[in-house]
Write a protein that binds this ligand. Structure first.
Ligand code: GSH
Length: 211
């Protein structure tokens, strides 16, 4: 199966973590989403134009990071990222939604807003993003009081959703004064899957920062 993605994209990183954790192989198709022509060509494949997008061997497309992970979970013969227990599965999916909507999205909004010249930045947009991020940080600090990962001892889709957002948050919404989030982040950085994602993004980050 082929994965359209970019190593810089948090939603791509979320899915990459799931691929690395389950050990499922894929054919990488890296898209430069800063290139208008690339974006236009990609919209011919997927009109919504969002990455990641998974194309199965039979040509069936699976968009949306969560749905891609649901698919990987259904075919994985080993590691499962969504628990079988219905209550645990629901709580995992709930955290996945919370991280996408109220951490990842505001971090992305803030990241792109801060890349604009200062006089073009919208303080209201920045304040709204910060408000959501801070609510999530409070929830996380509370949740990590008795857990190694988001749902306990087991690494799940909720961790795949949370870690890429924290990668960018280090710079634009620092959490070093939140000891449990900081400790979670340090644990995450020791995982092989996270290290693989961080290695892959490095040259792309350097290129973006020099552009
Ligand atoms: N809900 C989608 C969000 C995907 C998304 O926002 N991807 C961004 C990159 S992180 C993207 O494709 N942006 C390009 C665009 O919006 O044109 C998911 O979970 O996959």
């Amino acid at each position: 199966m082929k994965l359209y993605y970019n190593p810089l994209s948090t939603y791509s990183q979320k899915v990459l973590l799931a691929f690395h954790e389950t050990g499922i192989e894929f054919e990488p198709e890296v898209l430069n989403m800063f290139d208008e022509q690339v974006r236009a060509d990609f919209r011919k494949i997927y009109p919504i134009g969002k990455i990641p997008l998974l194309i199965l061997e039979n040509g069936h497309p699976i968009p949306e990071s969560t749905i891609i992970i649901e698919y990987l979970n259904s075919v994985s013969e080993g590691v499962k990222l969504i628990p079988d227990d219905p209550t645990e599965a629901r709580k995992t999916r709930f955290l996945d939604r919370m991280y996408d909507l109220y951490l990842n999205n505001p971090i992305g909004t803030k990241f792109f807003e801060l890349r604009k010249p200062q006089d073009e930045q919208n303080p209201k947009v920045l304040a709204e993003a910060d408000e959501k991020i801070n609510i999530m940080y409070d929830n996380m600090e509370n949740n990590f009081s008795d857990k190694t990962w988001n749902r306990g001892e087991r690494f799940t889709m909720a961790d795949c959703a949370c870690i890429p957002a924290l990668f960018y948050a280090q710079q634009i919404a620092p959490f070093s004064d939140k000891p449990r989030i900081q400790a979670f982040w340090e644990r995450a950085c020791e995982r092989e899957s996270v290290q693989k994602v961080q290695q892959e993004v490095k040259p792309y980050l350097e290129a973006m920062n020099n552009s």
